[in-house]
Every structure is written in C-alpha cells, then in structure tokens.
Design a protein around this ligand. Structure first.
Ligand code: G6P
Length: 467
C-alpha cells in the first residue's frame, strides 16, 4: 500500500541479529531513531533504511517483514557500494568536512580512489530515491535524514515532482571556505542535492546559515529571507531544535536496574567529587583535549589530587575506520599517562569505561558533580541535554561553544573553547567550586531548556514546514 508519509535514513529503527537459526529484530540505536519512533509509532508511515549488517541482509533476502511499531522497508544495497558510500564518503569525507576534522597539510586527498567511492555514494543515494519513489502515494511527504542522503532529495524530485520533500541535517554544516575543500563538482552536487528538497532543516541557526552561505557561494543559489532560491525554485530553510524526552528518560533513569548501578558507582567513587563525560569515541567529541584539560587541572590545582575522579565513558564507534581506531588508542594512552603521573595506591584519577552501557551512563549522570561536553563541533549533543534532566543534586554543565546545544544551554552552562585546554582546566576548577545553591538553580534552568522541544515537536515541525 503506497504511503502518505515516508522517512528515509541510513540507520533504521530495527536491526537484526542472528540467534541460532532465527533472525531477531532489535530496536536501532541513537537519538534520531528514538525521536522518530516515538512520533511514528502506530502511524501508516513507511521507514526506508539500509541493511547495515550481514544479519540485516539475510533478513531482507528472507523477506522478513517489520510492521511494528512502524512499517520498515530495508534496502540490501550491494555491500561494496554500501561500504564505500557509508565509510569512505559519508563517515570519512562528509562527516570530516562538516565537523572541521581534517589536518589539512595531509588530508583530504581527492584522487581516483575517491572518485570510485563517490560513484558508490551516488548509487547508494539513487537506491534510496528509487525505493522511496516506489513506496510513496501521490503527493506524499518524505523526510530524508542526514549526510548519508544529501543527494537523494534532488533525485527524488526528478522522479516524483508531486512529492513534498524535507531534508534534515543532524550534523553541523561547514563554512564555505572549508566546504570548498571538496572537489567543486562534489560540493555543488551535495548542495543542489539538498536543494532538491522543499525544506532543509538544521539543529542550529549557525548550521543553517553556513548551509545557505555555501549554497550561495558554491552552487549559484541566492540566500533570501525564506531560504535559498536555486534553479527557479525556493527551498525553505528552518531550524528545528531537538530536545530530550523527559518522561522517557526519567522512566529509565529511575528503574531498579539504574538504582542498583548508581549504588555501585557510589561505592566506586566514594567521597571523591565526580567529573563525567559520556561519548562515542568519535574524533569530533574532543575526548583527548578534555583529558589534557583534566591533567592540567591536577597539575595546576594540586588540591584536587586524590579528591576528584573523572568517569570517562567512551565506547567504540566506527572501528572500520583507521582514524577512529587511532583516536581510541590516543584516549587510552592519555588515560594511562594521567594514571602514571598521579595515581596513588588507593586512588585512580580516571575511570575509563569503553562498554556501551546506556543505563550505567544514566546512573552516572544522576550522580556526577560536573558533566563535560567539549566537542570540537557537534550538531547538537544530546548528552548535554540529558545530564541536567537526570542529575539528582544539580550538576554543572561544562559545554563547548561549538556544540549546537550551546544555543539553548549557553546561559547556564560554563562555556569553553574546545581547543583551549587551559581555559577548559580553569572551567573545570570553577565548576568544582560552584556553590551548591547556584548549581541547583542553573541545573533546573538547563533541564527546562533541554526539554523545551520534545522529539514529537521536532518531528511535527518538519512535517508542518512542508504544508
Ligand atoms: C551521530 C550523528 C548523526 C548520525 C549518526 C550516525 O548520532 O549525530 O547525525 O546520523 O551519528 O551514526 P552511525 O553509527 O550510524 O554511523
């Protein structure tokens, strides 16, 4: 049955695992998936996503159907094409450009190998556009998500001019002079790809402005009050903030399991003050500089030695990519160095945990004195929003100015320039010294700001932008 509403994203709401002879569906991870799911559950929408694993491919081949809580159409794109599109273009090039991650004397290099990867990215986007075009009812609304699918909106418009198409970018957007690192035709294809949509959505006015500046400078568009005019059409540009879901979070964070984990963490940190960070081990998260700042704090404010513990939850991500494996090693190395310099027989300055344990991270957010969120650049950063909502006694949020979340939380967080390790160390010191009354007041205001735009609202705003 053709659908009136279609969501398209690389990672879908379900992923399969093999359990003996059976393929078992599990809920997919990540903030976008949870937000979308709570808005879509029980609707007639179709969610088009990619098969990400061998078990997903087997499920597609076996014709396994997912209809609950939403109808899913999983695409088994040729594995080589998928790997090149996902790892080599989306996660290596597009993620790096929009998060400003390149060490430019040596990277990026756009050569013949890149051209092959780019061809795969085009084919991957075409596969999504074809699937959506085949599943959409007349005049249906289509919500295309993220940097994996920058080209799909224009491809879809070419096939189905009747559709109402929105694209939403969950990452930052690079300023034109950095975006221009991309080969000219690739930059133009990405921009005109997104401009194929009727509406382009972003998490922060900073990213929306950067996109519009790129569209004007690099794709011949003109930046108007309502959006970007290009090729005789107007693509409206909007900012749709995405907040934490208070009810959902609190239900999990006050479960028996989380209470038990909280007890365990309390005995682990004993009387120490607690600094916490919770991240995927992702280059943009700036974990290494965060740890260097902690080391500088211990060096310059020796009164904290033995009296503070840094809980570092950094679980592996995208380990197919060499840059991510190297970065993971750098994190471990600096943790060891800090231990060698400061540990005593009964005190470890850093407790590193690399297992992805959502419930334990919620327990740690309830307990911590300070939450460290210092990304180099981040579309938004959900951890910065979850922490203040969950804190039992009122935490201090130390937040990078370069996280989209700083737009909403900047007034009550302690802000840092993510590259300035000394400033970060001083802000850690100030955070540890903040008066408990002030902490409580600021934390309550942070929690209110963090939950002001629940996921259902974010979703509804994108749909409304297409009316
Ligand atoms: C983060 C980003 C999203 C992105 C996702 C992809 O959550 O904020 O913009 O879609 O990563 O992660 P994956 O694990 O699917 O590569």
């Amino acid at each position: 049955m053709p659908a009136d509403l279609i969501v398209a994203s690389n990672r879908g709401p379900v992923s399969f695992v093999r359990d003996g002879d059976e393929l078992v569906g599990r809920r997919g991870g990540g903030g976008m998936v949870s937000g979308m799911l709570s808005a879509l559950a029980g609707s007639e929408a179709v969610w088009v996503c990619a098969a990400l694993s061998d078990a997903d491919r087997e499920a597609v081949a076996a014709g396994v159907e997912v209809t609950d809580p939403v109808r899913v159409r999983m695409l088994a794109i040729d594995e080589d094409v998928f790997q090149a599109a996902y790892n080599d273009v989306a996660n290596s090039v597009l993620w790096f450009v929009n998060h400003l991650l390149y060490a430019t004397p040596t990277a990026p290099v756009f050569d013949a190998a890149f051209r092959e990867q780019w061809t795969a990215y085009v084919a991957y986007n075409q596969a999504f556009a074809d699937a959506v075009a085949g599943a959409a009812a007349d005049g249906a609304k289509v919500l295309v998500q993220d940097y994996h699918l920058f080209l799909a909106p224009a491809m879809l418009r070419a096939a189905r001019p009747d559709l109402r198409i929105a694209h939403f970018t969950h990452t930052p957007w690079a300023p034109p002079e950095y975006f221009a690192l991309l080969p000219d035709d690739v930059a133009a294809a990405i921009l005109t790809g997104v401009l194929g949509a009727d509406h382009a959505g972003f998490l922060s006015p900073r990213w929306a402005d950067a996109f519009q500046a790129c569209a004007a400078d690099l794709a011949g568009g003109s930046w108007t009050a309502g959006g970007v005019a290009h090729g005789g059409r107007l693509t409206s540009v909007g900012v749709h903030g995405l907040g934490a879901d208070r009810a959902d979070l609190e239900a999990i964070a006050h479960s028996e399991q989380v209470d038990r984990l909280l007890g365990e963490l309390r005995s682990e940190v004993r009387e120490s003050r607690v600094l916490l960070r919770v991240d995927r081990t992702e280059l943009s998260k700036n974990i290494v500089r965060g740890l260097l700042a902690y080391r500088e704090l211990l060096r310059t404010h020796a009164e904290w030695v033995g009296h503070v513990v840094h809980l570092v939850f950094a679980y592996p991500s995208r380990q197919d990519l060499a840059e991510y494996r190297d970065y993971t090693e750098s994190v471990t190395r600096i943790v060891e160095e800090i231990g060698t310099e400061f540990a005593t027989p009964d005190w470890q300055p850093v407790h590193l945990s690399v297992r992805d344990d959502f419930e334990r991270s919620l327990a740690a957010m309830r307990l911590t004195d300070v939450l460290v969120v210092n990304p180099i650049r981040d579309g938004m950063n959900l951890v910065a929003k979850e922490g203040p909502v969950l804190s039992d006694d009122g935490l201090v949020l130390l937040l990078s100015t370069q996280a989209g979340a700083a737009d909403e939380l900047g007034d009550d967080a302690l802000l840092v320039n993510p590259y300035d390790v000394s400033q970060t160390a001083e802000q850690l010191h100030a955070a540890l010294l903040m008066d408990p009354g002030e902490r409580r007041v600021r934390c309550d205001r942070l929690a209110a700001a963090a939950t002001a735009l629940p996921p259902a609202q974010w979703f509804a705003d994108q749909l409304a932008a297409l009316d």
